[in-house]
Design a protein around this ligand. Structure first.
Ligand code: FAD
Ligand code: NAD
Length: 465
């Protein structure tokens, strides 16, 4: 250790990096974490998961009051929007949680090196003009918004914005155009629609939410349309120009054809995110990136250079906070000589709209490519709790191997799908069959009973439909 400043130096304090640093320190390793932002927690806590959920949660209440959902239960209210206060509670949530990570660093004796790090060699990085030598370096630099040529984001002007700008709009736009019908577009589009904006989603593909189960994508599209969102599928945006206080977009069919124009008060660019590797001087460490700009690792998160590891959004796989966190723990455990494993086949994903959309494992399309499957479906309309709560939209779908009955994937659209999916992930992690889920006693009346019934439907025997 004499030659080294640290056993482990983590670059980036997002959910991948800060969790890796804390676990490494818990395992007795001398640990530092370099972070250039003014607060810890990365994209997730500062401008991602947490502030978006703060706005989703608050706007959900606003819509429930304004849109009549409360009236259906005998509660008559006329809500008034105080957008400043809504933003205030978002800022408070971020402040509390990012400050919490600073406290955890102190508690676990993780040194925060303030500044952006770059490699000086395979085992040395420079932060704010100072060099630090470490036995192990973990790259956890995360991702940033993918730019769209011809559509220049300027979050300060609040006309053409990315997700960070869309979280902070000072007033509700009359018309918001969302470019990209993925997770960010639908979540943040939902926030502003609930608060009064007309929202048009322009999506390049023939359906929203690529990567999710086909039935789920179709049903979600129907539900969002019913809520008042407009969709222009199979359409690409070729340019957006600011004219005064508005933006004018040029759209073309994805397959080519006549262009049309569309006017918007706010344009949200949400066409994906790309890994952060610029500025790291990776060449000095001898690390190359793949065609998508990601750093490739082995199953244990080691890169091609011994002693350098990588986790989270900067490596291949879904860009999700919980995936980054689990990789952070596994990577630190591997560095400490333990066996850290992440089962990448069982990573749940959740879209926090209303209703929520969640899935884990294979889609029906992917499962059918691998072999014969049995599928059980159960509508939320037939679930007593969802029906009683006036939440009829959605369904649960369980996909099982036709021969072994092992569960290959579970998909839900339900008000609390994000909470429901945890039991499916746990069951799959334990190698459950659909019968195992069907014969597990579920509390009544809960939305989760729909998972049990969908599992029963795999063999054709649900009770309540
Ligand atoms: P990041 O969180 O991106 O953190 C990387 C950190 O590294 C950053 O703080 C950056 O400043 C720092 N950094 C970069 N380069 C350097 C350097 N050279 N030196 C020092 N520091 C550096 N995921 C979910 O699972 N659930 C959600 O609900 C969800 N909602 C989201 C909502 C939005 C609007 C966005 C944008 C993303 C959302 N995500 C969500 C995705 C999630 O935020 C990411 O998957 C997650 O943050 C990735 O974690 P990470 O640690 O790999 O990287
Ligand atoms: P995404 O990949 O989810 O969706 C991008 C969408 O844009 C796709 O549907 C794609 O077909 C479309 N698209 C691409 N180019 C286009 C173009 N030129 N014109 C029109 N449409 C175009 O990306 P995102 O929504 O930006 O989110 C980025 C990442 O952040 C995702 O990987 C996601 O996992 C993560 N995230 C997760 C959550 C969550 O877990 N709830 C929330 C927000 C973000």
């Amino acid at each position: 250790m004499a030659d080294y400043d640290y056993d482990v130096l983590v670059i980036g304090a997002g959910p991948g990096g800060y969790v890796a640093a804390i676990r490494a320190a818990q395992l007795g390793l001398k640990t530092a974490c370099a972070e250039g932002r003014e607060t810890l927690g990365g994209t997730c806590l500062n401008v991602g998961c947490i502030p978006s959920k703060a706005m989703l949660h608050a706007s959900e209440y606003f819509e429930a009051a304004a849109g009549g959902a409360m009236a259906a239960m005998g509660i008559k209210v006329k809500p008034e929007l105080d957008l400043g206060a809504m933003h205030g509670q978002r800022i408070d949530a971020v402040k509390g949680l990012t400050g919490g990570i600073e406290y955890l660093f102190k508690k676990n004796k993780v040194d925060w090196l303030k500044g952006y790090a770059q490699f000086a060699s395979k085992d040395t990085v420079e932060v704010a003009g100072k060099a630090y030598r470490a036995k192990n370096i973990i790259i956890a630099t995360g991702s940033s918004v993918t730019p769209l040529p011809g559509v220049e984001v300027d979050n300060d002007k609040q006309i053409i914005v990315d997700s960070t700008g869309a979280l902070e709009l000072a007033k509700v736009p009359a018309h918001m155009v969302v470019i990209g019908g993925g997770v960010i577009g639908l979540e943040l589009g939902s926030v502003w629609r609930r608060l009064g904006a007309k929202v048009t989603v322009v999506e390049f593909l023939d359906q929203i939410l690529p990567g999710m189960d086909g039935d789920v994508r179709k049903e979600a599209n129907k539900i969002f349309k019913k809520q008042g969102m407009d969709f222009k599928l199979k359409t690409k945006v070729t340019s957006a120009t600011v004219k005064g206080k508005k933006a004018v977009l040029t759209l073309e069919p994805a397959a080519g054809g006549d262009a049309e124009t569309l006017e918007a008060d706010v344009v949200l660019v949400s066409i994906g995110r790309r890994p952060n590797t610029d500025g790291l001087a990776l060449d000095k460490a001898g690390i190359a990136v793949n065609q998508r700009g990601q750093i490739e690792t082995d199953h244990d998160f080691s890169t091609q250079v011994p002693g350098i590891w990588a986790i989270g959004d900067v490596i291949p796989g879904p860009m999700l906070a919980h995936k980054a966190e689990d990789e952070g723990i596994a990577c630190a455990e591997n560095i400490a000589g333990l066996t850290g494993i992440v089962n990448h086949d069982v990573i749940p994903s959740v879209v926090y709209t209303w209703p929520e959309i969640a899935g884990v494992g294979l889609t029906e399309e992917q499962a059918k490519e691998k072999g014969e499957v049995k599928v059980g479906k159960f509508p939320m309309l037939a679930n007593s709790r969802a029906k009683t709560n006036h939440e009829p939209d959605g369904f649960v779908k369980v996909i099982a191997d036709a021969k072994s009955d092992r569960v290959l994937g579970v998909w839900c659209i339900a008000s609390v799908a994000g909470t429901m999916i945890a039991q499916a992930a746990q069951a799959m992690e334990f190698g459950a069959t659909s019968e195992d889920i069907a014969y597990t006693c579920h509390a009544h009346p809960t939305h989760s009973e729909a998972i049990k019934e969908a599992a029963m439907a795999v063999t054709g025997k649900p009770i309540h439909i």
